[in-house]
Design a protein around this ligand. Structure first.
Ligand SMILES: Nc1nc(=O)c2c([nH]1)NC[C@@H]1CN(c3ccc(C(=O)N[C@@H](CCC(=O)O)C(=O)O)cc3)C=[N+]21
Ligand SMILES: [Mg+2]
Length: 290
């Protein structure tokens, strides 16, 4: 069986181009420039690269980008005050507070403080709840990107068996909700699942979102299955540098999976493109245009 890679990088570039066109149209017709505020607390170098990429792609899409870099020892109250300020700022339509946050800050409190209409990460309980009951919601970017790739490559997902490995609020749970909405039969598996390899082998669609390098082996994959690898793990190389690997043993999946997202170049670029999509959606809804 030939295994085809899913080119998330190319699909994300196309999506960003379509978003840029719509943003240009909104500016011309409604004088509206969608604005995204990103809040980074602390100095984590990987996060800084990610924040820089986001800012550049936001600007390329014609949106306004507001960056807030706070010291690692910033008190929780200061972060909450900044969120309140951004909630009230009419130029800001989307707010993203980069996770994880330093230990002195309760991430749940910060997420709860974000106006659900500006919660472009889709992490607020109002958005999680709206997604769960089938109302319009801002949907978490990584699972949204996964579903877009799946629908583009498979067409209808109806009736397919999906196994999501990982139960985080950020990826696993919303991914399961979205797959259910597409009429998949969904199982959420995790570290306590009995015979995880056998569970995974039942999947037509296997979503790996555990954050453990190459945990999903080739013989966990049903022949011909579509594998979505959400993991972005930095592991040491022999020469002292690092490389990125996913949660799936990519080389082992060759010849078994039908389709698979590579790391890098798969789900990662879709996350940022969907963040721009959510910012555009949020701006339109706040102006009564969607
Ligand atoms: N509130 C919040 N929302 C997030 O969405 C969020 C977050 N916090 N904290 C950090 C993680 C990580 N994350 C990534 C998004 C895109 C790539 C990405 O574009 N990856 C590329 C390039 C990878 C590289 O070369 O470094 C790829 O996979 O091809 C990576 C990582 C979003 N996160
Ligand atoms: Mg677990």
């Amino acid at each position: 069986m030939e295994t085809k890679p899913i080119d998330g990088k190319a699909f994300a570039a196309g999506l960003r181009a379509r978003i840029a066109e719509e943003v240009a149209g909104l500016k011309a017709s409604a004088g509206l420039t969608p604005g995204l505020a990103v809040v980074l607390v602390g100095e984590d170098p990987a996060s800084q690269v990610y924040v820089r990429n986001k800012a550049a792609q936001t600007a390329e899409a014609g949106m306004a980008s507001f960056e807030y870099k706070l010291a690692a020892d910033t008190p929780e109250a200061d972060v909450l005050a900044l969120v309140a300020k951004l909630n009230a700022d009419p130029a800001v339509h989307g707010i993203l507070v980069q996770l994880p946050l330093p230990a002195q800050i309760d991430a749940n409190k910060v997420i709860a403080a974000i106006d659900p209409a500006k919660d472009v990460d889709g992490f607020h309980v109002v958005n999680a709840g709206r997604l769960a009951v089938g109302l319009d919601a801002l949907v978490p970017c990584t699972p949204l990107g996964c579903i877009m790739l799946l629908k583009h490559h498979l067409g209808s997902l109806s009736g397919l068996k999906a196994v999501v490995v990982g139960r985080s609020n950020i990826v696993g749970k919303p991914a399961a909700q979205l797959l259910l909405k597409e009429d998949c039969t969904v199982t959420i598996a995790h570290s306590r699942t009995r015979d995880l390899p056998a569970e995974c082998r039942t999947a037509d669609i296997l979503v790996a979102a555990v954050g453990r390098p190459e945990m999903v082996r080739g013989d966990w994959i049903k022949p011909g299955a579509t594998v979505i690898d959400v993991g972005i793990n930095r592991v040491p190389k022999d020469d002292g540098k690092t490389r990125l690997v996913g949660d799936v043993a990519y080389a082992e999946a060759q010849g078994i999976a039908g389709l698979i997202t590579p790391v890098p170049g798969g789900v990662g670029p879709m996350t940022i493109a969907c963040l721009l999509q959510n910012t555009l959606t949020a701006a339109k809804r706040q102006k009564g245009l969607a």
